[in-house]
Design a protein around this ligand. Structure first.
Ligand code: FES
Ligand SMILES: [Fe+2]
Length: 444
């Protein structure tokens, strides 16, 4: 087996194929990444009232996320403390109690055990109920409506964890009224490793014009000018890698004829034009360009979105060779309902379970994992060295920024953070500048 410090080489450009296949490595990911990192749970707009909840996953752990009576949000492992049964089988709802279907233990909104059948008669009043509440998720926090949780009580605060990414995502999170996610999420299974789509969304602009050449020409919209890998002028966009592995690619709407040309996009273009002067006041001219553009992005480790084509996803791992993807539609709260409906329909058509672009990607993602069934095949590395030496800090934006859009800057950044976390690196050493070469890091 490959030594742990040989899984990622050349500052993230080489990834050993075993990390997309090996069960033992996957178990280490559950321990070092999914039990430590901040993971996306829900959006506040999906659970607005006390008792509103949804169920989701953190790694392979099932969790309940629930709005408390005081308006805060907490999360609990969705497993009964008696014999382990699932206590909440629904995807979402509103409740006072979660009652286990096995022997009837009942938990309230705070996770406290409040009801035990035959408590006097058979437990003889000896059961210490305070000891057997639902296991809480150590930290839950919201960033401008996006709710994340971590099992690690020692993890840095969410704002620190999001780091430089905040400067960028504020360019659309700071819209008047904020954003919301339209649910319930569409859910589907892909037979690929969870990292492949995450780093694709964060750092693979290269595939877009080729994988989606036909689909994007049919769908139209802001990205149709990329169909067929047409060479683009350098000013059309860039990629960014920020600390903790977050990454994204940005395409300027106004450059290279990438305007929103088709009819159904006209409503959205009108909305952006109306909002532009307001956003210039709120976030400045540079970030208003980001507000008007298109992004493919990922929060490390497994949450992705496309701003401008309105999709928001979590790639939930199910072993090293399969995942379940949850897909919501990202809209601004103050948009007219008719525009929200248009964006929701277009997201379903492009990135829903049977979405045209989702299907394009899904086939590639699955084969990138499944070819590694071959013993000899998986003794090798993938190579994402595109744009090495053509990226670095910029005076006007945080993070590591590539010179051109078609780069693999985001992918390398993702795998540098993956490697740091997989070494069990203490948080203060994971939190290094995204440019720091891996070799400078302690191996523990
Ligand atoms: S397993 Fe839940 S009450 Fe027994
Ligand atoms: Fe794609």
């Amino acid at each position: 087996m490959q030594k742990p410090d040989e899984l990622i080489l050349e500052d993230g450009a080489l990834q050993h194929r075993s990390i997309f296949w090996d069960e033992a490595i996957y178990e280490q990911e559950l321990k070092h990444i999914f039990a430590r990192a901040w993971l996306f749970l829900t959006h506040e707009s999906l659970i607005p009232n006390p008792g509103d909840y949804n169920t989701t996953r953190m790694g392979e752990d099932n969790v309940i996320v629930i709005r408390q009576d005081d308006g805060s949000i907490r999360a609990f492992i969705n497993s009964c403390r008696h014999r382990g049964n699932t206590v909440c089988h629904a995807d979402a709802g509103n409740t006072q109690r979660f009652t286990c279907t096995y022997h009837g233990w009942a938990y309230d909104r705070t996770g406290a055990l409040v009801g035990v059948p035959l408590e006097k008669e058979s437990w003889f009043g000896t059961l210490d109920k305070a000891r057997w509440g639902l296991r809480p998720v150590a930290q839950v926090a919201s960033y401008k409506g996006l709710v994340f949780g971590t099992f690690d009580a020692g993890a840095p605060p969410l704002e620190d964890y999001l780091g430089d990414m905040r400067w960028y995502v504020d360019s659309f999170l700071d819209v008047p009224g904020g954003i919301e996610l339209i649910g319930p999420p569409m859910k589907s299974i892909l037979n690929c490793n969870w990292k492949t789509p995450t780093e694709n969304f964060g750092g693979d602009d290269y595939h877009f014009g080729w994988t989606h050449a036909a689909g994007v020409a049919v769908i139209g919209g802001p990205l149709q000018g990329l169909s067929g890998n047409v060479p683009l002028p350098p000013e059309v966009g860039f990629q960014v890698g920020s600390k903790y592995g977050h990454c994204f690619g940005f395409i300027e709407q106004a450059a290279a004829g990438l305007q929103m040309l088709d009819e159904w996009r006209a409503e959205y273009a009108k909305w952006l034009a109306e909002r532009t002067p307001i956003m210039e006041q709120r976030v400045g001219a540079l970030r208003t360009r980001l507000y008007n553009g298109h992004w493919n992005a990922s929060f490390f480790p497994n949450c992705s979105f496309l701003y401008g084509t309105s999709t928001f996803k979590v790639w939930q791992p199910r072993g090293p060779r399969q995942l379940e993807v949850y897909t919501w539609t990202l809209v601004e709260k103050e948009m007219p309902q008719a525009l929200k409906d248009i964006l929701h329909r277009s997201n379903i058509a492009a990135f829903g379970t049977a979405g045209m672009l989702e299907s394009d990607d899904g086939e590639n993602f699955e084969e990138c994992t499944q070819t590694n069934r071959g013993y000899m095949t998986r003794q090798d590395y993938y190579y994402t060295g595109m744009g090495v030496g053509h990226e670095g800090p910029r005076a006007d934006m945080p993070g590591v920024v590539s010179e051109v859009l078609m780069a693999e800057t985001g992918i390398r950044n993702f795998y540098r953070s993956w490697a740091r976390m997989m070494r069990g690196t203490p948080w203060q050493d994971v939190d290094v500048a995204a440019t720091a070469p891996l070799a400078r890091l302690r191996s523990v």
